[in-house]
Design a protein around this ligand. Sequence first.
Ligand code: SF4
Length: 299
Amino acid sequence: MLTGIHFLLSYKCDLECDHCFVYSGPQAAGTFTLHQLKKIFNELDKIGTIEWVYFEGGEPFLFYPLMCEGIKIARDMGFKTGIVTNAYWATSQEDAELWLKPLRDLGLSDVSISDDAFHYEDKEASPAKHALTAAIKLGMPCGPICIDKPTAEEGVDKERVKGKPVIRGGAMFRGRAVEKLIESLPRRPWQEFTECPYEDLRNPKRVHLDAYGNIHICQGLSMGNMWDTPLSEIVKHYDADSHPICEPLVNGGPARLVREYNVPHEDEYVDACHLCYLTRRALIDRFPQYLAPRAIYGL
Ligand code: SF4
């Protein structure tokens, strides 16, 4: 049962973090129009099971008026609302309150703020700290998102690791993280990755929507395009066993995806997502409707 909708309001971001799994950055373009947002909210009503609506990106505060209007519509429809931001706008605590007060007045239920070394070197006086302090002062439910540079657990053989993943830090090895963060990490044979460890692909509880119409079950793995077929119809008819990418993933993980389409591969990968992401990227021209947008694959 789908209960959460996350708008990727844009892939545009003022920062370009190494661990970003949607390849956001200043060069990324595009956002939703208000008309498109309203059209989607109409579809959420038809789905009938949605409880939460989040606005994230990219950096959603780059589109502040649109974000506020989306939160207002969501609130008026009875949804709980949240945002995910890097808080670039919080130049001081006092200024942060200026940005947050209108959201508090709209009844925002969650403010998640990226607060780690990928975003800010000075952790004590960072915009994230200003924003968190301001949100607490305003009585807004809030919390930090902290991701560290990935490292192997102490004592792990860097050449060959068996069993469960042993990478610390919380980064997901998809998107730019695959390009920037994996070099010195231990790897395991590709045949070991026989399940998706993070997403419930058969029965997703939340999806991410982007302005190109993609309905992401995982970043870059789409149910279909909501500008071609109404969102409520795609959600209603979604069946992992009929989806050309999800079917192998739910029935044997990334290793099965490799075998299903006979995709050329290396001998070892850091984790299941690393293998999954690169295998999907190799299949992008074959399944453009389901593996999109290309920019998430660095293409
Ligand atoms: S990248 Fe693949 S294995 Fe990792 S969470 Fe997404 S669908 Fe699952």
